[in-house]
Design a protein around this ligand. Structure first.
Ligand SMILES: Nc1ncnc2c1ncn2[C@@H]1O[C@H](COP(=O)(O)OP(=O)(O)OP(=O)(O)O)[C@@H](O)[C@H]1O
Length: 454
């Protein structure tokens, strides 16, 4: 009986859902499409004859059908983004004898007009929500929180724990790490978790302000304090951050005269605007960041030791990306999704050659560089999988800097593996063509494929 049902399952589904206006999809236990009705095929613009057996993620953008099969939990009236718009879908797991055998998905709109009206309504609501969110962010200035720090590295996980423990207190934090490692992200997260989270988060990039303007920028000025001063004066970053957090980025670039004044402000809780007669009370928490060795700068008398001790109460050293290679994989997946959401392009993965290159490359610009490389590749590619040739040209040159401690043998093997991966990719896996391209014999190629586990 069961096998008869098995044999007729497609026909049964077609009889039930074939003429229904709603979009219906059924997937099996492994998330592959067993059935999709004509309405859905028309909506997605796919050929009904070609989709059966394909994984549902290949067919439906942002689907969660394969996840419902895993979790066994139904998802009712869930928002799903398709081609830049939102639709609402039910996803229901299908059970047989206590075991999940698949899932049924149903899109809830009857005709395009109704859907358009609903979609516009939802978009309006989301836009409104986004506006409120932005207003909140503008008011307090901090965009990121702890869950935005993506990592699998034990060192960074420890730092996240340290943030949880220290954020609520008012201690100063010094964030150290190379450019692009995420210092600003950390500063935002500390502010978010602190008691000051509803108050302003104000950032000052000390390297970007001309030396003669730094005092006016930090402490503000009174009307008529100097030629060109604005009518009514201007509050400084300290005044703007009152009650909240002041993030001093690139503090190593702060001129000495401003360092003296910052220290005095922190010790006395008062700030003196340029040209002012009376000091003003300020209450700020300091988070500073640097990629320079402040200890060396102290020895060279370019940084004040007393200020160093004042800002260095809790220190967090964020390791460079090359020292936490496990993060490259998680971060690249996360950043690919982030870039796709931002650009509306649908790219799903990286080819093995790209993954291999990412894991070997030394990433001097750290996570920022990784994000830029992915963004550029997403724009360049015409496929769903980013290939080596989609990477920016400077990364495709054979002269990638060799990492410290690599022997000549390791470098040669790495280059050999990459060349083979590339040839295999370009020949769509055809080993005879790949061997020809590489000017080696087929058996030699087989040996190397085995050696490098390709
Ligand atoms: N662990 C992470 N998870 C997610 N995104 C990250 C992570 N680390 C860094 N980023 C992203 O990388 C980019 C650079 O990070 P950020 O600006 O915080 O670095 P930085 O150390 O402050 O750099 P700089 O010293 O040049 O100012 C940002 O877009 C940030 O969101």
């Amino acid at each position: 009986m069961l096998s008869i049902l098995e044999d007729y399952r497609y026909d049964v589904l077609e009889t039930l859902f074939g003429n229904v206006e709603h979009c219906i999809v059924v997937v099996d236990r492994s998330g592959c499409v067993s059935y999709m009705n004509d309405s859905y095929c028309r909506f997605l613009d796919v050929q009904k004859s070609t989709i059966t057996g394909q994984h549902v993620t290949e067919i439906i953008e942002n689907t969660r059908m394969h996840i419902v099969v895993e979790t066994g939990e139904e998802e009712m009236a869930d928002l799903q983004k398709i081609r830049g718009d939102y639709m609402i879908a039910h996803r229901i797991p299908l059970w047989e004898n206590g075991e999940i055998i698949g899932a049924l998905g149903m899109v809830l709109f009857r005709d395009t007009d109704e859907w358009k009206i609903m979609n516009t309504h939802i978009k309006d609501l989301l836009l409104e929500l986004e506006t409120y969110r932005n207003q909140m962010q503008q008011q307090n200035g901090a965009k990121y929180s702890l869950h935005d720090i993506i990592t699998s590295s034990p060192e960074v996980l420890q730092l996240k724990e340290k943030i949880r423990k220290t954020a609520h207190s008012d201690v100063s934090v010094l964030l150290r790490g190379e450019s692009g490692t995420g210092k600003e992200l950390f500063a935002h997260s500390i502010h978010h978790l602190s008691e000051r989270s509803t108050k302003p988060f104000v950032k000052v990039n000390c390297a970007a302000i001309p030396e003669h303007l730094i005092e006016a920028e930090l402490f503000g000025y009174q009307e008529g304090a100097f030629t060109g001063a604005k009518k009514g004066g201007k509050p400084g970053k300290f005044q703007l951050a009152h009650g909240g957090t002041l993030f001093l980025d690139e503090i190593g670039d702060m001129p000495l005269h401003a360092q003296v004044k910052i220290l005095r402000t922190l010790q006395e809780g008062e700030v003196e605007a340029v040209g002012a007669v009376q000091p003003q009370e300020v209450d700020v928490r300091i988070i500073a960041a640097t990629n320079q060795s402040l200890e060396t700068m102290i020895k060279e008398q370019r940084f004040r030791e007393d200020l160093f001790y004042r800002i260095n109460v809790v220190q967090m050293d964020i390791p460079p990306l090359r020292a936490r290679r496990g993060d490259i994989k998680v971060l690249s997946k996360y950043l690919l999704q982030k870039v796709c959401d931002r650009t509306g392009k649908r790219v799903q993965d990286f080819s093995p050659a790209v993954q291999d290159f990412f894991s070997q490359y030394h990433w001097p610009g750290n996570v920022r560089e990784l994000e830029n490389v992915i963004e550029s590749a997403v724009h360049m590619t015409d496929r769903k999988v980013i290939g080596y040739e989609d990477l920016p040209p400077h990364l495709q040159s054979p002269s990638h800097p060799v990492r410290d401690g690599q022997s000549l043998k390791m470098v040669v093997e790495q280059a050999e593996k990459q060349a083979i991966q590339l040839a295999l990719e370009e020949s769509s896996g055809d080993k005879s063509i790949a061997a020809q391209r590489l000017c080696i014999g087929k058996s030699s190629l087989y040996e190397k494929v085995k050696k490098y586990n390709l």
